[in-house]
Ligand binder design. Structure first.
Ligand code: GLU
Length: 284
């Protein structure tokens, strides 16, 4: 089976060295193995994504010398597909509307924290159908949360994802609690869109930063619930300096555009965006 991998940035700003590293990691994997490299713009969050950043991503990647196979998938053009997944899960009783504001949740939680912050204490999980209907009818905004206990019960078998170089990783998505899959301002969540699209696009190897590894526990659960295939995962370390330390803010903040304007060449960025290479050299 040919390898299919992808780079899936969110156009919330200009690409920086960390992005270049991630994109190059995926691109090199595809290109050395005769596989396919896909580009996807994860622009569902209309409050943070901007078209000019999307355009800049394509331009910066081309400047870096990366090419991609097929059309760029732009998530905001596919809302109906994600909505259909929400409807499917909802019809199976796996979602519930949550009317809590962030402030209410923060106040009510002396609660344990998960990888993404406080775990939702379940305030709206047991609202009566009439209570829910009344609030919806009154126009109270709500998010759609996955009922984690029900979702786990729907999948009896233990779940694992296959991490390259590590083997099967036992999944514990409950560490996130009842995750939000849809929201008032962002119609569908990252977890849902990313998993849907990797399945739809036939991605066989997900390459992305290690900071997203915990989220994979939720993604594997969604794959099992929706009957989607499970790709392999290769979570790469975050870009470090020559001493193996995480990049300084100053280096991380430097966008590819800044570097380019300062006379750094694409070859130099490519060399820098490789584990354990030296810092980028600047003309001034
Ligand atoms: N869109 C996500 C981000 O920019 C990455 C998604 C992924 O690679 O799975 O952080």
């Amino acid at each position: 089976m040919p390898l299919i991998t992808r780079f899936a940035p969110s156009p919330t700003g200009y690409l920086h060295l960390g992005h270049a590293f991630s994109a190059l990691t995926a691109w090199r994997r595809a290109r050395v193995g005769g596989g396919r490299f896909l580009l996807r713009l994860e622009d569902i969050d209309a409050t943070r994504c901007r078209p000019e950043f999307a355009e800049a991503i394509l331009e910066d990647l081309a400047w870096l010398g990366l090419d991609w196979d097929g059309d760029v998938r732009v998530q905001s053009a596919h809302l109906a597909e994600y909505r259909a997944v929400l409807d499917n899960l909802s019809a199976r009783g796996l979602l519930y509307p949550c009317f809590c504001t962030r402030a209410e949740i923060a106040r009510s939680v002396a609660a344990p924290h998960g990888p993404d912050g406080p775990i939702y204490p379940g305030i709206c999980r047991d609202l009566s159908p009439a209570g829910r209907a009344a609030r919806i009818a009154a126009g109270t905004p709500f998010a759609l949360r996955l009922d984690m206990a029900r979702a786990r019960a729907a999948i009896r078998a233990p779940l694992a994802f296959d991490e390259e170089g590590e083997g099967p990783v036992h999944c514990t998505p409950e560490m996130f609690g009842d995750v939000v899959l849809g929201r008032k301002d962002t119609p569908v969540s990252y977890h849902l869109c990313v998993t849907h699209d990797d399945a739809l696009q036939g991605v066989t190897l997900v390459t992305r930063g290690i900071d997203l590894k915990p989220a994979t526990h939720v993604h594997r659960l969604l794959q099992a619930l929706m009957g989607w295939p499970a790709p392999r995962y290769a979570h790469h370390p975050l870009l470090t300096d020559e001493h193996g330390r995480r990049l300084a803010k100053r280096d991380l903040a430097a966008t590819l555009r800044d570097l380019r304007a300062r006379g750094v060449t694409a070859e130099e960025v490519r060399a820098r965006a490789t584990p354990l290479a030296g810092p980028p050299r600047c003309a001034n």
